[in-house]
Design a binder for this molecule. Structure first.
Ligand SMILES: Cc1cc2nc3c(=O)[nH]c(=O)nc-3n(C[C@H](O)[C@H](O)[C@H](O)COP(=O)(O)O)c2cc1C
Length: 366
């Protein structure tokens, strides 16, 4: 049974359950960090047979950036650029959400005229930031003031408004993978003693303030949120005994909202030795959430069909397979072999390794 290829209709209506996962490709190589018709337009159009595309993380403000050549969604030029992308996807019958991104402490002063990156607490993640001059070590960030938090809430709201103007079908809040919201959720990166630190409610407060602000400008059923509960040892995240209970609190509370979906990742690393990690994320969180559950990380066609059949997920997001197989859905339909991705061109400029992966059926290129 090809569950992946069956339509889905709950808040969002999708022609299949194969979602393109958000992937930074660092091709917005221009002074404005805007997407272009030739590159991002073509790239996403080629992948429009996905039930849903989620774009690469796109910074909500200047302060939100942490990697060179990533696109934004906070200037007029960026909105105009995205308009071309959404049109091309829609013209091919596809749907596209934009991932709204703030990296928090995974950044560098070089991006901020020498000022420190923002974070819940002044704790260096000891990671690297990909700056215009190459990889540089992260620094001890600035603990966000309440004014910084307020400004950032407004930045997300403004970005969501821009996303509507740019023609997106919805937005995904990037509350995952060790970036700003995840830094608030986690006790090793959030040592605050005010109402944004300590209890589950406090660690999640900033995220829910953003969600409440975003839903003022775009309906709840067009908002998704991404979480990676068992992320450990990468992107500056270390789990502690309160990590999973914090995510349980957040995901249960999201039942009070009528979101498009929650988007969960299975662990990115082997966490079987960590006593307080959950090794099967979809299975663990499914009973806690009544809405649409999208799952990701390491799936193929068989395991994707199985996870839907098991009832543990409704939608499956594929990352790397979509890099090298623009026609992933057609390949699933026809049982065709998948092309391998080349990790050396994940983040390089231009069309190589980006828009030049062929369709299996050459006629589809014409
Ligand atoms: C090149 C690349 C860039 C990525 N960029 C993002 C991103 O911008 N936002 C995000 O949430 N995840 C990002 N991810 C993670 C993917 O969305 C996905 O979780 C990961 O690739 C695992 O799924 P897969 O096994 O299907 O590839 C990225 C992954 C890759 C390979």
């Amino acid at each position: 049974m090809q569950n992946l290829l069956t339509p889905y209709n709950k808040n969002i209506s999708l022609k299949n359950r194969v979602v393109m996962a958000p992937m930074t490709r660092s091709r917005a190589v221009n002074d404005e960090n805007k997407p272009t018709d030739e590159l991002q337009g073509l790239y996403y159009e080629q992948r429009a047979s996905a039930g849903l595309i989620i774009t690469e993380g796109s910074q909500v403000s200047e302060r939100a950036v942490g990697y060179v050549n990533t696109p934004g969604i906070h200037t007029k030029a960026q909105v105009e650029g995205w308009k071309k992308v959404t049109k091309r996807v829609h013209d091919k019958g596809g749907k596209i959400f934009i991932q709204l991104w703030h990296v928090g402490r995974i950044s560098h002063p070089d991006f901020h005229d020498g000022e420190l990156p923002l974070a819940p607490s002044a704790i260096n993640p000891n990671e690297q930031s990909y700056t215009p001059d190459g990889f540089k070590d992260t620094v001890t960030p600035k603990e966000m003031t309440k004014a910084d938090i307020k400004t950032t809430v407004e930045d997300f709201k403004n970005a969501a408004k821009n996303a509507v103007e740019a023609g997106f079908d919805g937005v995904e809040i990037h509350s995952s993978n060790g970036y700003l919201f995840h830094q608030f959720f986690n006790g090793t990166s959030n040592k605050r003693t005010d109402e944004y630190g300590g209890s589950h409610e406090n660690k999640a407060r900033f995220f829910f303030e953003v969600l409440d602000a975003v839903k003022e400008v775009i309906p709840e059923e067009k908002i998704g949120a991404r979480f990676n509960p068992s992320l450990n040892g990468v992107f500056g995240m270390t789990m502690d005994e309160d990590t999973i209970p914090t995510f349980e609190y957040i995901i249960k509370k999201l039942n009070d909202y009528n979101l498009a979906y929650i988007h969960l990742s299975e662990p990115f690393t082997d966490v079987s030795d960590i006593p307080y990690a959950v090794t099967e994320i979809a299975k663990h969180f499914r009973p806690l959430y009544n809405g649409t559950l999208m799952i990701n990380a390491g799936f193929d066609q068989d395991s994707g069909n199985e996870v839907i059949a098991s009832g543990n997920a409704d939608l499956v997001a594929f990352g790397k397979p979509f890099i090298s197989n623009p026609d992933l859905v057609e390949r699933f339909e026809q049982g065709l072999e998948l092309a391998e991705w080349d990790k050396d061109t994940f983040y390089t400029p231009g069309k190589e390794g980006y828009t030049d992966y062929p369709m299996a059926n050459a006629k589809q290129n014409a």
